[in-house]
Design a protein around this ligand. Structure first.
Ligand code: PLP
Length: 396
């Protein structure tokens, strides 16, 4: 006997993974230059030079026992201090090293936070659709109720009145992901302020805080001079789940953190419960080497030029062909209307007729669109344009 929900999750790979695997398989058959894979969000820009230099230095300089040993569960002191200092400098919020808990990336950070805030099986965790597909199983497999709420599908900003309609006395938290996967939209300060006022008011009415879980792996991936508001500076009951997977192009190294502000309601208790949740999930002591790298590279930022060039090329080309799409200001995704509204049919046709791999937005619980990840080579985008054109023309 095994847990049926987990069995289903483990035996049915996520849509994006299936497309990605198909792309690799096809590349071996027809040649990599004939497959146009826009499926997965694997960074295509190398990690900053200082990251690799630091790895070499650390391996040469640090005592091997220490380097490969366990760290404290919450992370090395030096690492936590370097990141706290960087956040204080950038966002003018008094972040203390003791408020940071290091994790193996954003996913375990979110899972531990959800676990910490799930009081019983009536607890509800909300997310704004479209959203990162694993939010749903993160919540339900943990025994809480998952409550999706549609974004405003013109702007893909949070629809605050829709959030209000779905709030209940059991709402423990709302997951807010900005810059957003899959839309590339950055939530505005005004919308976040509106959300903060709502959550504050409803929290008082229900007699307990409603937390924002700010999932921020794309925080530094922004274009056109747009800034990403630091949500704890707007709403005190915000728990930040951060990752270096995208910002420093280190998804395979599994490093990130949770930040629980000391000024959040019950902040110390939430932090302790997150530490407990990490413990029972077996997610403690992220790689020591990577923690040491982050200590040296906390101020490093990604080189956005290549992503920006891809963004402009794909957005301008697709809209010129007649596709409809909101211009993304962050992350590395384009969220495009499927020509006749059936995104699954569009994605299947593109795959079978052109080896063009795009993700139907049903995977993000917001049908009618497809996501194209532009963290790919500029050359592949150029070579894929005739396939995108043939696809839209086939619908005319
Ligand atoms: N949250 C979002 C919105 C993501 O897009 C991803 C990865 O693509 C994650 C979380 C998981 O990130 P990590 O690799 O740090 O676990």
């Amino acid at each position: 006997m095994v847990n049926q929900e987990l069995y289903q999750l483990g035996s049915t790979p996520a849509y994006i993974r299936r497309l990605f695997a198909y792309g690799l398989q096809q590349a071996a058959i027809v040649g990599p230059d004939k497959v146009f894979d826009f499926s997965i969000g694997n960074p295509s820009v190398p990690a900053p030079k200082k990251v690799n230099e630091s790895i070499h230095r650390i391996v040469d300089e640090v005592d091997s026992i220490k380097l490969h040993g366990y760290s404290m569960a919450a992370g090395h002191d030096g690492n936590r201090k370097a990141v706290a200092d960087d956040l204080c400098r950038r966002f003018g919020v008094d972040v203390k090293p003791s408020e940071l808990f290091f994790t193996c990336g954003a996913a375990p950070a979110i899972v531990s936070t959800i676990k910490a805030l799930t009081v019983d099986n009536r607890s509800e965790i909300m997310a704004i659709a479209p959203f990162f597909p694993d939010y749903r199983p993160f919540v339900t497999a943990n025994g809480a109720r998952f409550v999706p709420v549609k974004a405003d599908t013109e702007t893909f900003q949070i629809d605050v009145s829709a959030v209000e309609e779905h709030l209940s006395a059991n709402t423990q938290a709302i997951i807010v992901n900005s810059p957003n996967n899959p839309t590339g939209v950055v939530y505005t300060r005004e919308i976040l302020q509106e959300l903060a006022e709502l959550l504050d008011r409803k929290g008082k009415e229900y007699g307990h805080p409603i937390y924002v879980i700010a999932d921020e792996p794309y925080r530094e991936l922004v274009y056109d001079g747009v800034t990403v508001p630091f949500i704890p500076g707007i709403y005190r009951n915000t728990i930040v789940c951060y990752s270096y997977s995208k910002s420093l192009s280190l998804p395979g190294e599994r490093i990130g953190y949770v930040y629980v502000p000391g000024f959040a309601d019950d902040g110390a208790a939430v932090y302790a419960a997150i530490a407990g949740a990490a413990r029972i999930s077996g997610h403690v002591c992220p790689p020591t080497l990577m923690q040491m790298v982050i200590e040296r590279c906390a101020e490093e930022r990604p080189d956005l030029a290549a992503y920006d060039e891809n963004r402009q090329l794909l957005y301008n080309s697709l809209t010129e062909m007649g596709y409809t799409c909101i211009k993304p200001h962050g992350a590395f995704y384009l969220f495009v209307k499927a020509p006749n509204g059936d995104a699954i049919a569009f994605s299947e046709k593109a795959r079978l007729e052109h080896n063009l791999l795009v993700v139907p937005s049903d995977a993000f619980e917001c049908p009618g669109f497809f996501r194209a990840s532009y963290c790919v080579s500029n050359d592949m985008i150029r070579r894929a344009l005739p396939a995108f054109r043939a696809m839209i023309e086939s619908y005319r």
